[in-house]
Design a protein around this ligand. Structure first.
Ligand code: VGL
Ligand code: ZN
Length: 202
């Protein structure tokens, strides 16, 4: 058992990020057994859920003529356009059926504002709109976070870098993550995480 100030943060292990999902991450389902086992090691377990309204601004389908994996300029900066995914209440937004959810103390939903995406579990993509997770963890006396889940190079990386920026100890267990790897995004994310002080382990 880990110390009480350590939390496991399980990022977006949802059907749409697993094989046959709308935004499938290669091998996304392979991490489920390891993540399930890890839950027993941590006194504090948080699950996050990507939770978009239909027609969300990060969906390629919401931008006439745009293709998935292209980019648009949003008021808060460049935004990658994704295939429509994790629409609130749909089977794609549900957790992978094999993922344990009973050990979770908190299930945090993000990405629910129509006009802004939220890769990170801490801040939306404008990097200022808070989700409330930092306050929750601090009030519980948590100082060190281990991140697992999907996808390494987007929601896991952005969450871990925000955690480090906020002063939490941040570790990414890469063996319990899988990446989208869009145009070298995995290498870029690994370098950015290291530069931000995130510990990468397997
Ligand atoms: C994610 C792209 C869009 C993720 C979520 O969970 O990494 N990536 N929405
Ligand atoms: Zn999303």
């Amino acid at each position: 058992m880990r110390a009480p100030h350590e939390a496991l943060i399980v990022i977006d292990i949802q059907n749409d990020f697993c094989p046959e999902g709308a935004l499938a991450v290669a091998g996304g389902d392979e991490i489920v057994p390891r993540v399930n086992a890890l839950m027993d090691e941590f006194a504090v377990v948080v699950l996050t859920q990507d939770w978009h309204p239909a027609g969300h601004s990060s969906f390629a389908g919401s931008h006439p003529g745009a293709a998935p994996f292209g980019q648009v300029d949003m008021p808060y900066g460049p935004q990658t356009l994704w295939p429509d995914h994790c629409v609130q209440g749909t089977p794609g937004a549900a957790f992978h059926p094999g993922l344990r959810t009973d050990p979770a103390d908190l299930i945090l939903r993000k990405g629910f504002r129509p006009a802004i995406d939220s890769y990170s579990a801490f801040f939306e993509n404008d990097k200022t709109t808070a989700t409330g997770l930092a306050g929750y963890l601090r009030e519980r006396g948590v100082s060190d976070l281990t991140f697992v889940g999907l996808a390494t190079d987007f929601c896991v990386a952005w969450s871990a870098m925000d955690a480090a920026r906020l002063g939490f100890g941040a570790t990414v267990l890469e063996g319990a993550c899988r990446a989208i790897d869009l145009d070298g995004s995995l290498d870029a994310a690994r370098a950015a995480m290291r530069a931000a002080g995130v510990r990468l382990t397997d």
